[in-house]
Design a binder for this molecule. Structure first.
Ligand code: ADP
Length: 165
C-alpha cells in the first residue's frame, strides 16, 4: 500500500525507541510522505532529552527512509496539522492501557479540527511493552537497553542517560 497522502506521526520521542521506529517505518511504506512531529512542550512531564537531541536521534535512526521529515512543534497538534494541510495522524497502539487516552486525544483533535483523522497501527508484538520511560528506567538502573532502541544511537543514548545518574 502506498497512498499519495502526507501523514503526521506525533510524539515526544524522549528518546526514540524501536517501537517508534516500527510505527514510523510502517507509515513510510503506507503513505507518500511522513512528518515525524516532535512535541517540544510535552504536557505529561519535563523531557529528559532536549528537543535538538531528540530530533538528532530520530534523524540518525531514520536515515534509511527517504520520505520522512522530522520537525518540532509546540502548541496544538490539531492546529499544526491544519497549518501543514495534513488530514491524518498515525499513532501506535500498545496494550489496552494506551486505548483510553488515545481515544480521548483522537476525539479532541477531531473536535478542534474536523478534517483530521487518527489512524491507529497496532504495535508489533515484540514492542508491545516498550516505551521511552521504560528505556530510561532500565538505563538509569544500569540495565542493557540493546534491542529497545536503534543500534545506531544505542551508545549515544546510554552515555547521555548515564550522565543523568
Ligand atoms: P512514549 O509513550 O514511548 O513516550 P511517545 O509519546 O513519544 O511515546 O509516542 C509517540 C507515538 O509512538 C505514539 O503514537 C505512541 O503510541 C507510539 N509508540 C510508542 N511506543 C510504541 C511501541 N512500543 N509500539 C508502537 N507504538 C509506539
Amino acid at each position: 500500500m502506498n497512498l499519495e497522502t502526507t501523514v503526521i506521526c506525533p510524539g515526544s520521542f524522549d528518546p526514540v525507541t524501536l517501537g517508534h521506529i516500527d510505527i514510523i517505518s510502517r507509515a513510510s511504506k503506507m503513505f507518500s510522505h511522513v512528518i515525524v512531529a516532535v512535541l517540544s512542550n510535552p504536557a505529561k512531564e519535563k523531557s529528559s532529552f532536549s528537543i535538538d537531541e531528540r530530533i538528532n536521534l530520530l534523524v540518525k535512526s531514520t536515515k534509511n527512509l527517504d520520505n520522512i521529515e522530522i520537525v518540532s512543534f509546540d502548541g496544538l497538534l490539531a492546529e499544526y496539522a491544519k497549518e501543514r494541510k495534513v488530514t491524518a495522524i498515525v499513532k501506535g497502539l500498545r496494550a489496552v492501557s494506551d486505548f483510553e487516552y488515545e481515544f480521548q486525544m483522537s476525539l479532541t483533535n477531531k473536535k478542534l479540527n474536523p478534517d483530521l483523522e487518527t489512524i491507529f497501527l497496532t504495535a508489533e508484538a515484540n514492542y508491545m511493552y516498550l516505551s521511552s520511560s521504560m528505556v530510561k528506567q532500565v538505563a538509569s538502573l544500569g540495565g542493557d537497553i540493546k534491542g529497545f532502541v536503534p543500534d545506531c544511537v544505542l551508545d549515544e543514548i546510554v552515555e547521555r542517560l548515564s550522565t543523568n545518574r
